[in-house]
Design a protein. Structure first.
Length: 309
């Protein structure tokens, strides 16, 4: 936990430096996209409409390389114009990106935000990993967002998803000229989009009942990382394909769904997107292409309406 706090303090300093010299900087509204596999995105690029098949004008993205727990801290990535391929299978070595044949919510999210504020440059920071939990006891083999989760040996001892998150944010926010136009840019935190909770609904009732408290703690930490206590947060409600002989994929999904709703009810700067209940699935865990297209737009609309003060 001490290591995480030190990294966070360093990150705070980076963000403060980025807000120097506002007179010459282009100002980007920055949105963080985080969570597990339905934030990764399992839509197929081949299914995209023509207007989303190329770069999204006026939008930059830093997509951190997904990494498991118990490996050296990663966070590698580069700022690049947003285009298809930031779904499951995306990789970055910190010098160049390897795009996949999948996409997530980022495309329609960015497009809708640009429709709502056409004159404001948009920047996305995406850090997610499929299967990850917030609860330590639900980490399984995929990883955990709890800063206190401690596993592994050697150089990876104690490294978890929160550590990778801090490393990715630090790399993203320390870049002075994200669009490489020769002018320093100002990055202004504008919102958090969180799509996660399925893993916390898969184990026991006790773990699922911890979700609200775990979610609140993590959102508080992410807000603190971005130096904005009341930063708007939009939560995507988990849903269930029912593609299981027992009837449900997530045995304790209703508990987590209730926890998500309760968190939003108590946080006046948070909103809940519930359209996920109506989406089709490409497999038992992930939405189909049409679902991700709709979800990105719904996230943007909800975030735009969330109280800003």
């Amino acid at each position: 936990m001490l290591r995480s706090v030190c990294l966070a303090l360093t990150l705070f300093s980076s963000l403060l430096l980025l807000n120097i010299d506002r007179a010459t900087a282009k100002t980007y509204r920055v949105y963080f996209l985080g969570g597990q596999s339905n934030m990764d995105g399992y839509g197929y690029v081949k299914d995209l409409p023509k207007d989303l098949s190329d770069q999204v004008s006026g939008v930059m993205i830093f997509h951190a390389n997904p990494a498991p727990d118990a490996v050296p801290v990663d966070g590698r990535g580069i700022w690049a114009p947003l285009k298809p391929g930031h779904g499951a299978g995306f990789k970055s070595d910190g010098t160049s990106n390897t795009y996949s044949n999948r996409f997530g919510v980022e495309l329609t999210f960015a497009r809708k935000i640009k429709e709502l504020a056409p004159d404001e440059p948009v920047a996305l920071i995406k850090i997610s990993r499929g299967g990850t939990s917030i609860a330590i006891d639900a980490a399984g083999k995929f990883g955990c967002w709890d800063p206190d989760f401690n596993s592994g040996t050697g150089a990876g001892q104690g490294i978890n998803q929160y550590d990778h998150f801090l490393a990715g944010m630090k790399r993203a926010l320390q870049t002075r000229d994200i669009d490489q136009d020769g002018e320093p840019d100002t990055l202004v935190p504008a919102g958090i989009v969180w799509m996660q909770g399925e893993s916390d609904a898969a184990y026991t009732e006790e773990i699922a009942k911890q979700y609200e408290a775990n979610l609140k703690r993590l959102m508080d930490l992410i807000r603190a990382t971005l130096l904005t206590d009341d930063l708007p947060v939009v939560i995507g409600r988990i849903s269930d394909s029912g593609d299981n002989p027992e009837g449900k994929v997530w045995n304790y999904g209703e508990i987590v769904r209730d926890a998500q709703a309760s968190f939003v009810k108590k946080d006046r700067h948070a909103a809940l997107v519930t359209s996920t209940d109506g989406y089709g699935y490409s497999d038992r865990w992930h939405y189909n292409s049409a679902g991700y297209l709709d979800l990105g737009s719904k996230f943007a609309q909800a975030l735009w309406k969330a109280p800003q003060d």
